[in-house]
Design a protein around this ligand. Structure first.
Ligand code: MTE
Ligand code: MO
Length: 496
């Protein structure tokens, strides 16, 4: 029989977990704040949310976009707080990489050392015992520990639930929100009841973790804080004073990490974006880039109202073109190509091989809609213009001047996004001029927008007027690979 003591690795894992979980919770709240509404299914139709964490009401008489719905939360609850989705995502993803790695180490050690006996019940009698324990706690008494074990029945079941169910549940519902995973395995999203159901469940998982932490701390208080604390510091219930000092020092260190992460993110978001982005993007390119979109949602899945993000060009040039159904509009395709060209909408249609795709759209903010897009497969255009070997990225330039068109946005200048060449030949990389069987509406990017279905929405530039094949993007804008990367510190490779 294994001795269920507190080996050093278990104690270290415990405190590391406190750090990671608290970082995940705060950064997770930052992500929720950007679209503080929860829905079921795949769709985020305004008014269908089952929960909301905002008092804002949206106008019904004019176009608003989902950025207008964003909430600003305090740094006390969110990392870093104050409408910083880009930073929240960086912290969430970098922490989750650490959390998963320590989790794997924890599982291995648990089973290698026999410590799993601590959590896995030996007999069905644990359930009636758990019920008795609940009654005992309710009468303000402490129930008996399981014979020869450090925990009572309900504690054992709760820890088992958190370690073997809740933690994997959060990872699985998190993965179900990755556009690359959704695009490659649509059945996996269905398994959770849809993209928004997965997001809602992920949020409920957060609440479960908060509940667990509250009960855990209460229990430690009830059963004897000094002794249990010493077990988690020294592995034995002695040197209680030193143990207290040590645990206070650890908690202080964790608080310092939180404060440092918050201040760093608020003061110098660009350097956080570069440093954490380096780690995250490498992980992503390995794990998620190979996932190619294969979505074919049925007609019946189409969202009755596809949400909008970004405000259309507010220039007379654009408006005049819109009146004439964009017959005057031209698309310039050039840069590092053998055959630069200028195409009209009619030319694009005449390219033939029109493709339609019914797909799930994921906004980085968390909302989603299902739409049908029709247009030219991007690879057809690639074959036509023949990129030179030096071409490594594609820059999509738009007619949107954000300073003029979206004055409330942080940042100004022409909206552009850069895509890696590796995505250019994806079967569902599309230059769309139609939506749901009709010409592309203005708010969705008329006359032409990009669809790249394994990525997050903001990569899919709307109102395109120019496409450039380039070797390097660092000289464009602020050099981060897109307008949103430049101005709101989003991550560049967004398979998640
Ligand atoms: N030019 C331009 N393209 C853009 C945006 C924008 O603000 N400007 N917003 C992006 C974001 S954040 C999303 S989620 C999608 C939204 O597409 P939709 O409005 O058709 O749903 O467009 C993307 N393309
Ligand atoms: Mo978005």
């Amino acid at each position: 029989m294994v001795v269920l003591d507190y080996p050093a690795w278990l104690r270290i894992e415990h405190w590391v977990n406190v750090l990671f979980l608290t970082l995940l919770i705060r950064s997770g709240i930052e992500i929720v704040a950007t679209h503080p509404k929860l829905y079921r299914g795949n769709d985020s139709r305004p008014g269908t949310e089952w929960a909301r964490f905002t008092r804002k009401t949206m106008p019904t008489d004019k176009l608003y976009d989902t950025l207008d719905e964003e909430e600003s939360y305090s740094s006390l609850v969110s990392l870093p707080g104050h409408k910083n989705l880009g930073m929240g995502r960086h912290w969430h993803f970098v922490t989750v990489i650490g959390w998963i790695l320590t989790g794997i180490a924890y599982y291995i050690l648990l089973f290698a050392t026999g410590q799993w006996h601590r959590y896995l019940p030996y007999s069905w009698s644990i359930f009636p015992e758990t019920w008795n324990d609940i009654l005992t706690y309710l009468s303000f008494k402490l129930p008996p520990l399981l014979p020869g074990e450090p925990l009572d029945a309900i504690q054992k079941l709760t820890y088992a639930g958190v370690i073997f169910l809740l933690a994997p549940f959060q990872i699985l519902t998190g993965a179900a929100q990755s556009p690359a995973v959704e695009a490659r395995f649509p059945w996996y999203v269905r398994l959770w009841g849809g993209r928004q159901s997965a997001r809602s469940l992920h949020f409920l998982g957060l609440l479960a973790f908060l509940g667990f932490i509250a009960v855990h701390l209460t229990m430690v208080g009830l059963w004897g804080w000094p002794q249990l604390n010493a077990l988690m510091i020294f592995g034995q219930a002695r040197h209680l004073g030193w143990a207290l000092a040590a645990s206070l020092a650890i908690v202080a260190a964790i608080v310092v990490v939180h404060i440092a992460a918050t201040v760093w993110s608020l003061k110098s978001p660009r350097s956080v974006q570069r440093a954490l982005g380096f780690v995250i993007n490498h992980g992503r390119l390995v794990a998620l880039r190979p996932m190619v979109s294969r979505q074919r949602y049925p007609q019946s899945a189409l969202s009755p109202e596809h949400r909008v993000n970004g405000k259309p060009p507010d220039s007379d040039d654009y408006k005049v073109m819109a009146v004439h159904h964009f017959v005057d509009w031209t698309l310039h395709v050039g840069g590092l190509v053998e055959y630069p060209m200028t195409l009209t909408l009619a030319d694009l249609r005449a390219l033939g091989d029109k493709q339609t795709q019914r797909v799930l759209h994921n906004c980085v903010q968390g909302w989603s809609s299902v739409g049908e897009w029709g247009g030219v497969p991007f690879r057809n255009l690639v074959e036509l213009v023949k990129p030179l070997p030096q071409a490594r990225h594609i820059c999509f330039l738009t007619m949107q001047d954000t300073g003029r068109d979206e004055p409330s946005a942080e940042g100004a200048g022409q909206f552009y996004e850069v895509l890696d060449m590796s995505l250019a030949r994806h079967p569902q990389c599309l230059l769309a001029y139609e939506m749901n069987g009709a010409p592309l509406p203005i708010e969705h990017g008329a006359p032409l927008r990009l669809r790249i279905e394994n990525q997050v929405g903001f990569k899919m530039a709307k109102w395109i007027s120019q496409i450039e094949f380039i070797s390097d993007y660092h000289a464009i804008g602020q050099g981060m690979g897109g307008w949103r990367e430049d101005n709101v510190y989003y991550d560049k490779d967004v398979e998640v």
